[in-house]
Write a new protein. Structure first.
Length: 616
């Protein structure tokens, strides 16, 4: 069950601002198949205020437990190998089955070789289990299972080492809610304390709660045949050191019946997740507010996976929201994926992917943080992509940034050069949009650099595109319009499919095509009519076209492109404003604001080496 679109709605003024430059809005259908108002899906998806705080406010808060207690009231359970001795009330012992029957605090120590500690408390109150050098294993079932309780807290005593290991095949009793994990609970479960816990999930999951699961602290190692850590209502990690290995998903919440549940939230801690399938996954939201998270799925970005396998790093069916922390993902499929929205407001992200670095079916919003996509097929992909802040670097074997909506409604637009192509028109997806209003964006791609099946808008920020070397792709590629009113962009790549911003943009631009291809490491300078350097760029790959726009470009004036010399010490991502063009050779001139009709949104560009050239 997909969360209602209403959760992601924002004030009308913000929505309108985000949709500036979109050529039209069309009737859309949401992911549940129900019709929505015109543009609703895209408007809801582009919530620029989707933060950790707002995402958590839309979810049911996790249960909290009292962190202190009266140690003099503890009941002690001493495990003796095949049975146990008890000092206090609320516990029954039947051979190797030890059952807690009432709320209270129980301190457990010793070894249970083949048996179970069962919580079956019908009273109203917390059952607190303090593991104090306790080792429990079973050859028939779960060694620590909660069948009935208001809530349960497992406390890992300071300085102790504890372990749980379940059967590889369970033998179920007819009157028991069947467990499916080495640490299993039908009630809300909290794990806390500063000791350690080693969990071996030999049959299915490692740690599982059929309600909520909160991990406050402790050193926890889980190795599970299927999911390592699973909470139906939520999994919240506030601290601790977790090292989990899973034959299925690493950390998972799977409540699909309540739109305010089914989420994973990490606010702190040190997590290492190795999974055959997804790393962190939720039927609603995956939310990261802090901590250090290292995820590897499916063997990593270079691994071969089965046709029906999709091992992703972070997966939120409704949203993935990152507002802090450090995230390192190496995924055979998408590194970060959402069926709705991905929002990055802060944090340090290093992502390697066998498919998309970040993918959102509806919208990707970047307003802060540092994002480095080190390996991907497509770097950033969503219906609408907004870069309003942050420091973003993308390396892609295909498109670097790709806007293609999941509710694609392509329309033929033959107005002006914006859609004119050789012998026909190009379809424009009215729901696809790239908006750049701030931050810095570096793209190195073998396919298109900035690609929109609809339009693009730039009002601020700094963008550097080292685009394709083959003429079948372009550093800039859009089917609608690319309107520029601020910021700075330099895009270099092959000349065959090169495009410029749209004629009439309030900030002008200059574009050059060259009769020769300049090699990797070449320095180019954009010079004004007086020979002054406006911008310098050192390319990381070969190129035969250059597009540049900034507030320093004046429409109608002539600019020269020169090759040689050096960039300045202020160069960032190869772009400098203090380059030295001494000794550089002119390769062509162009008039700012000139667009020559050609293929796609911006057409061909003013040509070097003797004037304009229209692409065939």
């Amino acid at each position: 069950m997909r969360r209602p679109t209403l959760k992601l709605l924002l004030p009308a003024a913000l929505t309108a601002a985000l949709l500036v430059g979109c050529s039209s809005t069309t009737d859309a259908t949401d992911s549940t198949g129900s019709d929505t108002a015109s543009g609703t899906v895209i408007e809801a998806a582009t919530d620029a205020d989707l933060t950790v705080e707002s995402a958590m406010a839309a979810n049911t808060a996790a249960e909290t437990v009292e962190s202190t207690w009266d140690e003099s009231a503890e009941v002690t359970i001493a495990l003796t190998g095949s049975s146990a001795t008890v000092d206090g009330d609320g516990v029954s012992v039947d051979g190797s089955t030890v059952t807690i029957t009432a709320p209270g605090t129980y301190r457990v120590s010793g070894t249970l070789d083949d048996g179970s500690l069962v919580v079956n408390s019908t009273g109203d109150g917390l059952v607190r289990i303090v593991l104090d050098d306790a080792s429990l294993s079973s050859t028939t079932t779960s060694p620590l299972q909660v069948t009935d309780a208001t809530a349960v807290a497992v406390v890992l005593e300071d300085g102790t080492a504890n372990s749980l290991s379940d059967a590889s095949e369970y033998v179920y009793a007819a009157d028991v809610d069947e467990p499916n994990a080495a640490l299993f609970s039908t009630a809300d479960l909290t794990i806390t304390g500063t000791g350690s816990l080693d969990v071996q999930g030999n049959a299915n999951d490692g740690i599982a709660s059929k309600d909520g699961l909160v991990i406050e602290s402790g050193t926890i190692t889980v190795d599970a045949v299927d999911d390592a850590i699973r909470g139906k209502d939520y999994v919240v990690v506030n601290g601790g050191t977790l090292d989990v290995t899973a034959g299925g998903d690493g950390i998972k919440s799977d409540n699909d019946e309540d739109a305010a549940l089914g989420y994973v939230y990490v606010s702190g801690g040190d997590l290492t997740v190795t999974a055959v399938d997804d790393g962190l996954t939720a039927t609603t939201d995956v939310i990261v507010g802090g901590g250090t998270i290292a995820v590897q799925t499916g063997g990593g970005a270079g691994a071969s996976v089965a046709d029906d396998a999709t091992p992703k790093g972070l997966v939120g069916d409704v949203s993935v929201v990152i507002g802090g922390g450090t995230l390192l993902v190496d995924a055979a499929d998408d590194a970060v994926h959402s069926g709705g929205v991905v929002s990055v407001a802060d944090g340090v992200l290093t992502l390697a992917s066998g498919d998309d670095g970040i993918h959102a079916d509806n919208a990707l919003q970047i307003s802060g943080g540092a994002i480095e996509v080190t390996d991907s097929y497509e770097g950033l992909e969503a219906g609408q992509i907004t870069v309003a802040g942050g420091d973003v670097s993308v390396i892609a074997s295909d498109d670097g940034v790709n806007a293609a909506s999941s509710t694609e409604d392509a329309t033929e637009d033959t107005s002006g050069d914006a859609a004119a192509g050789p012998g026909g028109e190009m379809a424009t997806d009215a729901n696809a949009l790239v908006t750049i209003s701030g931050g810095s964006l570096y793209v190195e791609s073998e396919g298109d650099g900035l690609d929109s099946n609809g339009s693009m808008v730039m009002t601020g920020g700094t963008v550097v595109v080292a685009g394709p070397t083959n003429s079948g792709n372009g550093a800039l590629d859009f089917n609608g319009t690319f309107e520029v009113s601020g910021g700075e962009l330099i895009a270099v790549g092959a000349a065959g499919m090169a495009q410029t911003p749209t004629d009439g943009s309030s900030q002008s631009f200059v574009g050059f095509t060259m009769s020769t291809t300049e090699g990797d490491g070449s320095v180019v300078h954009v010079l004004d009519a007086d020979g002054n350097v406006v911008a310098s760029f050192q390319a990381t790959k070969s190129f035969s076209s250059v597009v540049y726009t900034s507030s320093d470009i004046t429409s109608g004036e002539e600019y020269t492109l020169s090759v040689g010399g050096s960039v300045g010490d202020d160069a960032v991502n190869g772009l400098s404003h203090s380059g030295d063009a001494d000794g550089a050779s002119s390769v062509g001139t162009a008039t700012a604001g000139t667009v020559i009709a050609g293929m796609g949104g911006g057409g061909g560009m003013a040509g070097g080496d003797g004037g304009g050239r229209q692409r065939p």
